[in-house]
Design a protein around this ligand. Sequence first.
Ligand SMILES: NC(=O)C1=CN([C@@H]2O[C@H](COP(=O)(O)OP(=O)(O)OC[C@H]3O[C@@H](n4cnc5c(N)ncnc54)[C@H](O)[C@@H]3O)[C@@H](O)[C@H]2O)C=CC1
Ligand SMILES: NCC(=O)COP(=O)(O)O
Length: 336
Amino acid sequence: MSMMQPLLITQGDPTGVGPEIILKALLAGTFDALRRPLVVAGDVAILRQAAAIYGQSCEIAPGEGLATHRLRLGERELGVAALSKLDPLRLKYGAPDAACGQAMLDYIEWACARCLAGEAAGIITAPINKAAIRAAGGDFPGHTELLAARCAVEKVVMMLAGERLRVALVTTHLALREVPSALTTESLLQTLRITHAHLQRFFALPKPRLAVLALNPHAGESGLFGDEETRIIAPAIAAAQAEGLAADGPHSADSLFHFASQGSHDAVICMYHDQGLIPLKLLHFDDAVNLTLGLPIVRTSVDHGTAYDLAGSGRASHASLAAAVRLAAQMADQIS
Ligand SMILES: NC(=O)C1=CN([C@@H]2O[C@H](COP(=O)(O)OP(=O)(O)OC[C@H]3O[C@@H](n4cnc5c(N)ncnc54)[C@H](O)[C@@H]3O)[C@@H](O)[C@H]2O)C=CC1
Ligand SMILES: NCC(=O)COP(=O)(O)O
């Protein structure tokens, strides 16, 4: 086996599409070109069940290194770190219980710890169910916040990236009504700095052009529809410009994406989750990658959720997972 450090894929919700898209990607040869070994942080029985969806049975053999097992499917292999022992017969697609929530947490915690210990080169995450994690006692709304806490980083940025559009979010998992009070000049300025640094480092953009969106319609219409633009957003843009960042705005959110998708900017800084993810998914539903900027470790993810309506059918696309693995591998190579 190669001496290069492995990339770790966390299996995500055992009752969602995570396990089956990992094996779909394996069967499709998606990982063949990777120079690094891949290890799934997951559950052997759940992966066996996922293989059966494609009419395949997998052979399981002892693993080495971080992999407790080797999973062979057709002519291809994958390492597995067996971190849970769930019983697929007791689970129902789309209905994760607290044991599933605990397993999802364990996969992420383990993978993060391996990266922090310098034993692995990065993490690619399959989708979790945040409510099941809560049922297991996990107090994190998503991977982004959990990984930031474990890496002891105060501010990270969720970015979703496709060929035509990249969006970076100032706020992530919170109720819409809480967004205005969560926005501060400092958090926006930090988002701009982190996004700028990351685009320089990993996307070969010497002077990334960052478009900052307004929060309110028509960028607040001179204060008629809100004052966050003048009170919070404009001062952060001015401060970023004073530091030499190519940031501009606040732009009306309804028009800006059209221009950004045609190349006017390298990333769009969005005030809240759906402001950025709706246009992103309209353009890149199949192939966008979610990545966490500002961590000391590499973390990428699929851009979608557990897709319970598809779980167990084999119809879920593995394209976003493939893109997430490719990007994590590129980033890991740049770091090492
Ligand atoms: N990174 C993560 O862990 C994420 C987890 N989630 C979680 O997923 C659960 C469901 O969230 P939803 O908002 O319903 O989003 P979702 O992405 O699971 O589903 C939305 C729609 O997209 C379709 N879809 C999703 N992935 C697909 C794929 N690979 N191929 C083809 N179609 C696909 C689904 O069938 C559904 O129609 C929630 O518990 C949420 O918290 C959501 C987004 C990201
Ligand atoms: N819609 C993307 C998303 O919510 C992903 O969150 P996270 O689990 O990556 O923090």
